[in-house]
Design a protein around this ligand. Structure first.
Ligand code: CP
Ligand code: NVA
Length: 308
């Protein structure tokens, strides 16, 4: 059947399980090539990418720029002051102008509607590099990291401890596609979006939302956390530190999780706030291989949307 494939990469559940696994397997393949020093694979030769950032970034910016370069392409970084999307110029105008110069657009924005508008008006593929709602490239990198360290995604137990934010929404949307046990332990009032929880459950995954991190982590394959105050919420940081007491991932919580539990964090981390220094530096912490996998997962995402 002539099912319309999405030209963009905006939400993990825009794709079926076969496609997500195909992208992850491609990531493993291309990662091995890059790590071996082989630079003969240049599918993006002669191609350019515009990277639009309304927020700061280290991982997303460097992994996209370097990854696209390693596969032969050229990336243009546009920081918060350059385009001022929605302020200096309307998003639908930015979309069409950038598409005139570039083969692909990657964007990190505040309102999720901005990435939807970019994708709607850009004839070229648009990749979501984080919005206030979700962060699909991060969770693709996390899934790749789980394949490498846990051995699988299906039938694992992933326990997220902290704010029910954009990272949680992408975990839920992955759970809508691949069945696993996902638990979000968060303070009351900081739960993930209820509709997104419904979508995750509809995929056959076991989803639990709880306020008890100690009970939640038991038997976890992965304990995951993220900052308590996301970009755009930094003025709430002090208030959140009070409300989130008891949700810090420390060595004691990792101990309760059990011996097979890996620690993951999308980074940047605030050591001593949502996670302890000791937990991040422990042998079962895989936060740095996880960060490296941003590049490999995204290379495969770009190969997919560019049909290369
Ligand atoms: N994890 C992540 O997206 O990091 P950056 O904000 O540094 O891009
Ligand atoms: N939830 C965090 C993730 C950063 C990669 C934020 O949105 O700031």
């Amino acid at each position: 059947d002539a099912k319309q494939l999405p030209k963009d990469f905006l939400h993990i559940n825009d794709f079926d399980k076969d496609t997500i696994m195909k992208i992850l397997n491609r990531a493993i393949e291309v990662k091995a090539m890059i790590k071996s020093g082989d630079r003969s694979f240049q599918p993006f030769k002669g191609k350019s990418m515009a990277m639009v950032f309304a927020k700061p970034s280290m991982r997303t910016r460097v992994s996209f720029e370097t990854g696209f370069f390693l596969l032969g392409g050229h990336a243009v970084y546009l920081g918060p002051d350059d385009i001022q999307m929605g302020k200096r110029e309307e998003t639908r105008d930015v979309a069409r102008v950038l598409s005139g110069y570039n083969d692909i657009i990657m964007a990190r924005v505040f309102a999720h509607q901005d990435i939807l508008d970019l994708a709607k008006y850009a004839p070229v593929p648009v990749i979501n590099g984080l919005t206030d709602y979700n962060h699909p490239c991060q969770i693709m990198a996390d899934a790749l990291t789980m394949l490498e360290h846990v051995g699988r995604i299906e039938n694992t137990k992933v326990v997220y401890v902290g704010d029910g934010n954009n990272i949680v929404h992408s975990w839920l949307l992955l759970a809508a596609v691949i069945p696993f046990h996902f638990v979000c332990a968060c303070p009351k009032g900081f739960e993930p979006d209820a509709k997104t929880v419904e979508i995750a459950r509809s995929g056959g995954s076991k989803i639990e939302i709880t306020n008890d991190p100690k009970e939640a982590v038991k038997g976890a394959d992965v304990v995951y956390t993220d900052v308590w105050a996301s970009m755009g919420q930094k003025e709430e940081a002090e208030y959140r530190k009070k409300v989130f007491q008891g949700f810090m991932v420390d060595e004691a919580l990792m101990e309760m999780a059990g011996p097979k539990a890996f620690l993951m964090h999308c980074l940047p981390a605030e050591r001593g706030v949502e996670v302890t220094d000791g937990a991040i530096e422990a042998p079962n912490s895989i936060v740095f291989p996880q960060a490296e996998n941003r590049m490999h997962a995204q290379n495969a995402i770009m190969l997919h949307v560019l049909g290369a």
